[in-house]
Design a binder for this molecule. Sequence first.
Ligand SMILES: [Mg+2]
Length: 246
Amino acid sequence: LPRLASPETETDPARTAFFLDFDGTLAPIVDDPARAILPAPTRASIIRLNQACSGALAIVSGRSIAQLDLLLHPLILPVAGVHGLERRSASGQVSRVAVDSDVQQDLTKAAQSFVSRHVGILAEAKPGSLALHYRRRPDLERECLAFCHACAHACPAIHLVYGKMVIEMKLDTRTKGDAIADFMSEEPFRGRRPFFAGDDLTDEAGFSRVAAMDGITVKIGEGPTSARYRLQDTASLAALLQKIAN
Ligand SMILES: [Mg+2]
């Protein structure tokens, strides 16, 4: 299998729908997620590719749409946020899964109390989810997992999602794969061949959905994956996107 080959030979931008994860895929991972930036060459590649594919390009991330808009500024792209719990279509329509706001409030309070007792852990409240980042305190991984497991045990609405130095408590079962499928049913994505690049465990749901549509799947970095291709890092992906666009 061509795991180490480059996928540009089989990717025609005029017939492809591009779905790209953000952190670890377009932007290098940094200790504090609030400090992530999109490198200028990558931004240029995305702009160029977005033109080449006539706007059939969406960001599919665990971040909220609000955060993604800030990070991509001044670009306004179709986006799926919070692993598919919220989505903005190419026509600008925003959809969000309805979650129990009492549960969300209780969860936020419990997480705030947990981080106040565990210095260096970041609690990030998003629409429909709460993420605990322990990148600055990997020694507290076990405590974070135990806390999230206890929350999930107490509340069946919580679904745990594991990422790189982050564990997330989602209040819905939707995945990145579901968000990609929704985009694929709409213009300008409909009828194209999907392409999805991602780096983390949550991207596997996207890979399997895209593979089922005979699409192109690209894993960034190390770790087990069902993706067909693998690239070493975010810079390699930016170079690939540039090549495809040209
Ligand atoms: Mg990622």
